[in-house]
Design a protein. Structure first.
Ligand code: GN1
Ligand code: MG
Length: 365
């Protein structure tokens, strides 16, 4: 295996001798490796999951364009943050195609950085908000048209409901019975959760360049817990801002990780939500319209519902999409997300008040 990885990595223009290759802990989709060399530079080698990403070349193209734009804007604004950089292969492309037709890309490894699976305190939450907010600001001068929608309808509730209903038709009796409560939850909330999609289709919000996987572990922090870089540009696409905002709240402001099975105690932490909004508003307050801000809380609820729906659909499909560690892993994730949706519903008025206050909704003319 290491020989194969080394052969792939050596096809990129890195100008160094590879010393070691090891697996890096990453998300639920791609395979990621750390490549160390005889120089002080290390790299991240990534095999893109072709079951999930059908337009891999479009995806790589999106990543390169956004990474270059962010780097340029960071430099011109003299910001103290970093961006990932991609390396060309000797074939002139930003990717290598393996014998098995799988695509690989290589990026710089940012040293001395830390990631969190769970936030330790409100300062880190604030920093995370600041960084994801700056992502929206830094990609603001890219026209949405240059970036492709590589995963069509990625955050569309009607599309996710269609996939869910198809899965339900084909699911085993045993899995359906096990998931009955969650199936009912999906159906009960489907109308309300489709609202943001309808607003988007009615052109209520501008389409921006968004990250679309704004979880906590996609942020690097420095040793002093200051936000350093947003990573994982696999899903950068044109989209409304609400899903980016909501997805980070989902992972950062929950009191537990997305597969924690203590469903009774799951809740959205309002002090974290306040800190997140404060950080996010720093560079987006002037950028976002009054209408965009008004619907941020609905974005939070909707994206958590979408994630629960996708985990549940994959459970009904016998776990084809997400990597799982045990038989009911996807079901546990779905239960966790729906418990969080309930907590957001319960705290709706506080969440709205905190949002309006942080983004100065009343002051915006
Ligand atoms: C997947 O693989 P990872 O962790 O980067 C998924 C996201 C989900 C996330 C849930 C392409 O991201 O949409 O939010 O899992 N990515 C894709 O943790 O489906
Ligand atoms: Mg991702």
């Amino acid at each position: 295996m290491v020989e194969k990885l080394e052969a792939i990595a050596n096809q990129f223009c890195i100008n160094a001798t590879i010393k070691s290759i090891s697996t890096l802990q990453s998300g639920h989709i791609n395979d990621t490796y750390l490549v160390t060399t005889n120089t002080s530079d290390s790299f991240v080698l990534q095999k893109l999951n072709s079951y999930v990403f059908k337009d891999v070349i479009g995806l790589i193209d999106n990543k390169i364009k956004v990474a270059q734009l962010i780097s340029k804007n960071i430099e011109s604004k003299h910001l103290n943050i970093l961006s990932t950089q991609f390396y060309k292969a000797k074939n002139g492309n930003f990717y290598v195609k393996g014998d098995d037709n799988e695509y690989w890309n290589l990026q710089n490894y940012i040293p001395n950085a830390i990631t969190f699976d769970k936030v330790p305190n409100t300062e880190v939450v604030f920093e995370a908000g600041k960084l994801y907010g700056s992502f929206i600001a830094l990609t603001n001068n890219a026209t949405a048209l240059e970036i492709k929608e590589t995963l069509k309808d990625f955050h569309s509730v009607p599309f996710r409901l269609e996939q869910f209903k198809e899965a339900l038709e084909n699911a085993s009796q045993a899995r359906k019975e096990e998931a009955q409560k969650e199936i009912d939850f999906v159906l009960e909330h489907q109308l309300e959760m489709s609202k943001i999609d309808a607003l988007k289709n009615a052109n209520t919000f501008p389409i921006r360049i968004t990250h679309n996987d704004t979880k906590l572990s996609n942020i690097l922090f420095d040793k002093c817990n200051k936000g350093l870089a947003v990573i994982d540009l696999d899903t950068v696409m044109p989209e409304i801002v609400h899903f980016d905002f909501g997805d980070s709240v989902r992972s950062i402001c929950s009191n537990a990780e997305e597969d924690n099975d203590d469903f009774e105690s799951l809740e959205i932490q309002l002090d974290y939500y306040k800190a997140y909004c404060k950080g996010y508003a720093k560079s987006t307050k002037k950028l976002l319209s009054k209408t965009e801000i008004k619907y941020l809380p609905l974005g939070v609820k909707t994206i958590i519902y979408i994630m629960g729906l996708r985990f549940l659909t994959d459970f009904l499909n016998n776990d084809k999409y997400y990597k799982t560690k045990y038989a009911t892993h996807n079901l546990v994730r779905a239960k966790n997300q729906f418990a969080l949706v309930n907590s957001v519903i319960k705290n709706n008025s506080e969440i709205t008040a905190i949002t309006n206050n942080a983004f100065g909704l009343e002051d915006i003319s």
